[in-house]
Design a protein around this ligand. Structure first.
Ligand SMILES: *[C@@H]1O[C@H](CO)[C@@H](O)[C@H](O)[C@H]1NC(C)=O
Ligand SMILES: *[C@@H]1O[C@H](CO)[C@@H](O)[C@H](O)[C@H]1NC(C)=O
Ligand SMILES: *[C@@H]1O[C@H](CO)[C@@H](O)[C@H](O)[C@H]1NC(C)=O
Ligand SMILES: *[C@@H]1O[C@H](CO)[C@@H](O)[C@H](O)[C@H]1NC(C)=O
Ligand SMILES: *[C@@H]1O[C@H](CO)[C@@H](O)[C@H](O)[C@H]1NC(C)=O
Ligand SMILES: *[C@@H]1O[C@H](CO)[C@@H](O)[C@H](O)[C@H]1NC(C)=O
Ligand SMILES: *[C@@H]1O[C@H](CO)[C@@H](O)[C@H](O)[C@H]1NC(C)=O
Ligand SMILES: *[C@@H]1O[C@H](CO)[C@@H](O)[C@H](O)[C@H]1NC(C)=O
Ligand SMILES: *[C@@H]1O[C@H](CO)[C@@H](O)[C@H](O)[C@H]1NC(C)=O
Length: 766
């Protein structure tokens, strides 16, 4: 444990004489030092500057976390008395009923370990061993000793540092919690035993002023709450939570994000905040629920990046919002935090949504579900308490009706999440702003950094694993590179026939798409081995059949000297068993399916041609494929030359080795091929032998869409490969890939065949 060097500031006293003879002075730099730590200032010693104390991990500043330089040139609170970094303490675990906590100590410090044991006749739930962590929380779960014999609900336990009243756990019985000493309660103060045997709300916790949630905890818990809201694709009987999820109508999810950018949130944090919001949006958008967004940054003023009414009017869309977010600049020197103004803006939008006249109105206000996410450093020094505004929002969404009286209950239609950010957020004012049933709604974070990264893992996609093209970017340092790739490209399949290896892509739980030339003439299904890598181990699967494109004929042009003709080089392999879909094994999207339409966020009336337009916008369309080295895959980047760029690209096909003279390029490169390679205007990568059959794909708003199958190339450059990088193209080397838009009839005839009972057919668009 290193103790940071003290940081001393030279006090420069300066005063300003204002009109009217008033004198404003800077604050003094005296007596500010902290033993064992250091401090930072938001605006040097100027008025309004915020001083924040920092301590090494496992320590916290005592007695004060922050000071503010007031207009009168004095610090508040005043620095009288010593300030030091104290060892983090965890709340008292000796609240366990019917059991023993050892060792018994008066105080428990960071690193201290405790073990829990129940009296005989009582059963243990929760953790039997817990460690006091640097953020002031115990690891694991609250230990509970109970003899749950005849109660309707299980004993809800007593969290460390808490006091519980209520010892009867029958239907409608209540338990209430409070925290001892100088701890405060985060979570449900009161819980009711419900008919389904579950307690309402969520387990509360006792926090010290220095207790915080790690980004991982915050995003993990936040995911639980918002996932329900986002994955309402089909009603499922969720006995665990005692409620069934309801179908949400398309376009009825409203997400409001308000981010505090007042001066107390530092400049560099502004970009982090923007990134975090972007990440959050990207993650949410990977689900098929198309939410409407309101995004505001606020201080004493409102800066609106996305107006939700534009979504309802269909004058904006997700891509535009992401773009606007990117270019949004912090304006001027915002001061003050008017959280109430931010919430009032949201209320106004709701009011308009309710009363307004929209050209494209399809839903009534009652259909909309609202999720408000607030990021604030926790001080609102202007505009008054936002609590009355929250009450008005609640009334509006609950439609002034008793929430229980409606089915589904109206309280499922509003969630307010608060991310309180900073060393000393105003919990007492902020926590009451949270609204929502189930799941933690109040988060307390030291700073906003890392939140974006963990949002990536946030929304647990396990419920929607079957959705095509979803993947997981993970930067978990403990995972090895191969597993990271597995999450990134969960559709990747290896196909082994005799000694030759190819790649393929999972297009649904029963089919793999690959190149026809990977399955040479005379191959039987038994000769094909399909390998998936589930996290660490390789798993071999049996196949029942394969289908080669009926027009594929490698020797079709032997008569004009073309030894190998690769037109229609596609095949589908049918698995004997459905593959177990998970976060590390799930399908990629293929063109012209309904699922891909949703992934591309196209209209329900959109056609196959609309998908092609969305995917091939540029005449230098950036695409990727995977290239394999010894035991790991890497992404290779290419640009498909389309339109005017195509002729120049494909003409190099004739430079391939063993290509006969005097043939036309059209004889070897039909309209069914996409052409990549070359160095200008972009330097492309080139495929190697084992990459055949792999997916040529496009990353589209965080979903991966396959547009081609890697087929053949003009030159093998792979011998000179410098691992681990992909091989770069030369000026005139080219690769050719089967364009999936050109072999749709084949794909449809097998994948979309509803005249069989072996597998669920996919729905293709016209
Ligand atoms: C608890 O932690 C404190 C501070 O690190 C240490 O001095 C003490 O020995 C620990 N107690 C036990 C029982 O480990
Ligand atoms: C949910 O479970 C109940 C009782 O087990 C059953 O009656 C109902 O049909 C189920 N609903 C669905 C959609 O599976
Ligand atoms: C969106 O609407 C279409 C057609 O109305 C429907 O088929 C589809 O399931 C809906 N999607 C969701 C997520 O509700
Ligand atoms: C989103 O809006 C922009 C600008 O109005 C438009 O150019 C773009 O095509 C739209 N994107 C989608 C996916 O609708
Ligand atoms: C809504 O707008 C349309 C077109 O602008 C108009 O014809 C209609 O009268 C308006 N309805 C109401 C209730 O204002
Ligand atoms: C392919 O399978 C057939 C039929 O099971 C078998 O006779 C043949 O030996 C296999 N070929 C190879 C190379 O394994
Ligand atoms: C594959 O087929 C073989 C022979 O029919 C069988 O023994 C084996 O269990 C099958 N493997 C799987 C994973 O089903
Ligand atoms: C492939 O093309 C050659 C040359 O046109 C033809 O003789 C042969 O029958 C074709 N093979 C198949 C399986 O159609
Ligand atoms: C479906 O299968 C039946 C029986 O094999 C056949 O008669 C019919 O033509 C098939 N229909 C289609 C659309 O393939």
């Amino acid at each position: 444990m290193g103790i940071l060097v003290h940081q001393s500031w030279i006090a420069v006293l300066s005063c300003v004489l204002l009109m009217g003879g008033e004198v404003w002075c800077d604050c003094s730099g005296q007596n500010l030092d902290i033993e064992g730590g250091h401090f930072t200032l938001s605006k040097q010693f100027e008025r309004g500057s915020k001083l924040t104390y920092h301590c090494p991990d496992g320590f916290y500043p005592h007695p004060k976390m922050e000071r503010t330089c007031q207009l009168n040139g004095r610090w508040k609170p005043a620095p009288n008395g010593p300030q030091k970094c104290k060892l983090v303490e965890c709340p008292d675990p000796n609240v366990l009923e019917y059991g023993i906590v050892s060792p018994f100590q008066e105080k428990y410090f960071v690193g201290n370990e405790t073990t829990y044991e129940c009296y005989s006749g009582y059963n243990m739930r929760g953790s039997t061993k817990r460690i006091c962590l640097e953020n002031g929380k115990w690891s694991g779960f609250t230990p509970i000793c109970s003899n749950d014999i005849h109660d309707n609900c299980a004993d809800p336990g007593i969290p460390a540092g808490a006091l519980r009243t209520g010892n009867i756990f029958g239907i409608d019985d209540k338990v209430t919690y409070s925290c001892n000493g100088n701890l405060f309660l985060v979570g449900s103060k009161e819980r009711v035993c419900q008919e389904n045997g579950q307690w309402s709300g969520q387990e509360p916790a006792c926090y010290f002023t220095y207790t915080y949630d790690t980004p991982r905890e915050a995003s993990g818990a936040f995911s639980g709450g918002i996932r329900d809201t986002l994955t309402i694709l089909k009603p499922i009987n969720d006995t665990q939570y005692g409620k069934s999820l309801r179908i949400l109508k398309n376009g009825t999810m409203n997400i409001y994000i308000a981010v505090d950018i007042s001066e107390s949130i530092k400049e560099k944090e502004f970009d982090t905040a923007k990134d975090t919001v972007t990440k959050l949006l990207q993650k949410i958008s990977s689900f098929t629920v198309n939410p409407n967004y309101e995004i505001i940054f606020f201080s004493s003023e409102i800066f609106e990046v996305a107006n939700i009414l534009d979504f309802l009017d269909k004058t904006t869309n997700y891509s535009t919002v992401i773009e606007n977010l990117k270019t949004f600049k912090r304006i001027g020197k915002e001061s003050g935090t008017d959280l109430n103004l931010a919430l009032k803006t949201i209320l106004e939008r709701m009011q308009y949504m309710k009363d307004g006249n929209f050209t494209h109105r399809v839903h009534t206000f009652a259909d909309y579900r609202h999720v408000i996410i607030l990021f604030t450093d926790g001080v609102y020094n202007m505009g008054g308490s936002p609590l009355p505004t929250v009450e008005m929002i609640k009334n509006m969404v609950y439609m002034n009706a008793a929430t229980e009286a409606k089915d589904p209950p109206r309280d499922e239609y509003l969630d307010i999440y608060v991310f309180a950010i900073g060393t000393a957020p105003f919990d007492e004012e902020l926590q009451p702003l949270t609204v929502g049933v189930g799941g933690k709604h109040y988060y307390r974070l030291k700073d906003i950094s890392n939140l974006g990264a963990t949002f990536d893992e946030m929304i647990n996609q396990d419920d929607v694993v079957g959705l095509c093209g979803l993947h997981k970017e993970t930067n978990e340092p403990t995972l090895n590179n191969r597993i990271v790739k597995r999450y990134m490209y969960p559709w990747l399949i290896f196909i082994i026939i005799k000694d030759s290896k190819c790649m393929g892509s999972l297009v649904n739980s029963k089919f793999i798409l690959t190149a026809a030339h990977c399955i040479p003439f005379g191959t039987f299904p038994e000769n094909i081995t399909v390998e998936t890598e589930l996290t660490e181990e390789k798993i071999k699967h049996n196949i029942t059949n394969f289908y080669i494109h009926p027009d594929y004929n490698l020797s079709a042009k032997r008569d004009i000297g073309v030894k190998e003709f690769y037109d229609y080089d596609v095949a589908l392999i049918q698995m004997e068993e459905e593959l177990p879909i998970s976060t590390s094994l799930r399908p990629i999207c293929i063109p012209c399916t309904k699922e891909t339409r949703d992934a591309l966020k196209l209209d329900v009336k959109s056609t196959c041609a609309d998908q092609e337009k969305a995917l091939f916008k540029d005449h230098q369309e950036r695409l990727s494929f995977l290239t394999k080295t010894t035991n790991i895959v890497d992404k290779a980047d290419v640009h498909a030359k389309l339109g005017d760029n195509r002729p120049d690209c494909i003409k190099h096909a004739l430079e391939a080795e063993s290509m006969p003279n005097n043939i036309k390029v059209q004889d070897v490169v039909t309209e069914n091929f996409l052409c990549t390679g070359g160095k200008s205007p972009h330097r492309d990568d080139i495929a190697c032998k084992g990459d055949s059959g792999g997916a040529l794909f496009k990353m589209y708003q965080h979903r991966m869409i396959q547009v081609g199958v890697v087929s053949w190339g003009t030159k093998d450059l792979c011998k000179s490969r410098k691992l681990p990088n992909p091989v770069e193209s030369l000026e005139n080397t080219r690769d050719f890939h089967i364009n999936l838009f050109r072999v749709l009839n084949f794909l449809k005839s097998i994948l979309g065949n509803d005249n069989q009972t072996d597998y669920a057919p996919m729905t293709f668009l016209e």
